[in-house]
Design a binder for this molecule. Structure first.
Ligand SMILES: [Zn+2]
Length: 306
């Protein structure tokens, strides 16, 4: 009996690995050729009654609808600065109603469209970022020079601290600083509704390691362990890139959904599997790095921050 249970668990484990891309690899496999250079706008769509997707095939942008305006999460990179607004308009949302823009972390595929979006559609929107990532954005733009600052730089506005809550209308977005991917990468927790039911969504915006440095890997590991607790009651698992959470497979199921069928974005089982995969992999990377003789080459990342 015991052996059978073990075998059954092993089978479930293997099946989970097969059906959840990215669950066991630090760098979630992305479709061949998909990157900033080939990125295309995805069809904008309604994920939940109060959550919309207005991003690309490569990187996410979301809109949370409240009864007192819109909250935008990430603004894509410069080339696609207008895509979220066009998506909102196609979905019957007015980008002028964006009251807050949360930038999940300061890699330019998430913030570089901000300045033009804000100037064009929502000049009064408040911009929120962690202090570490405001600083990262500013230093990145500084390094890129005056032209980058003129095109992408926005003055420092609201600083998010760990555990802060953004309240708009009756909606609350809880925000945690979960360092690793960047020092100030955010995790967001908020409720979504579907057909009269409420679910807790968890957006871990920095779910990949970008550095082989031991202190950074240790930060990432600590954040991952913390998220295992923070996300324990969540049912919807979101990231800042769609490939790491089978996003478009879920989208296709949602598009084909018949009345009464569940929303495919509600999938609590994938959360602990994904997180444990990250813990195991990061522990191994740290152990490997510590075992490496001084001066030996490090196991690097794919290169290029996203
Ligand atoms: Zn990133």
């Amino acid at each position: 009996m015991k052996r059978q249970t073990g075998a059954m668990l092993l089978t479930m484990f293997v099946l989970a690995a097969l059906v959840i891309p990215g669950a066991f690899a630090q760098e979630s496999p992305r479709p061949a050729g998909l990157g900033e250079a080939t990125a295309k706008a995805a069809t904008p769509f309604k994920m939940f009654d109060n959550l919309y997707y207005v991003g690309l095939d490569f990187v996410c942008a979301y809109v949370i609808q409240t009864n007192d305006g819109l909250i935008m999460v990430d603004t894509l990179f410069d080339t696609f600065w207008d895509t979220p607004a066009k998506g909102m308009q196609a979905l019957g949302l007015n980008p002028a109603n964006v009251k807050y823009i949360i930038i999940t972390h300061a890699h330019d595929d998430h913030y570089a469209g901000l300045k033009k979006f804000k100037a064009t559609y929502a000049p009064n929107a408040r911009v929120m970022m962690s202090e570490a990532d405001w600083a990262l954005m500013e230093s990145t733009l500084q390094r890129q020079g005056a032209e980058a600052i003129a095109g992408k730089g926005v003055p420092r506005d609201m600083i998010i601290k760990d555990g802060d809550e953004l309240k708009l209308g009756t909606t609350t977005v809880k925000m945690y600083i979960t360092p690793g991917h960047t020092d100030g990468a955010l995790s967001l927790v908020y409720n979504v509704t579907d057909g009269g039911r409420t679910y807790q969504a968890f957006n871990w915006a920095g779910p990949t390691l970008q550095s082989p440095e031991i202190p950074v890997m240790e930060k990432f590991l600590a954040s991952t362990r913390r998220i295992q607790g923070l996300a324990k009651d969540s049912q919807v698992w979101l990231h800042s890139h769609p490939w790491s959470v089978s996003f478009f497979q879920k989208y296709e199921k949602l598009a084909a959904r018949k009345a009464g069928e569940p929303n495919p974005f509600v999938n609590p089982a994938e959360i602990p599997v994904f997180l444990q995969g990250r813990v195991t992999d990061t522990e191994k990377r740290i152990a490997d790095a510590k075992a490496r003789p001084a001066g030996a080459p490090q196991r690097g990342n794919r290169g290029g921050a996203n």
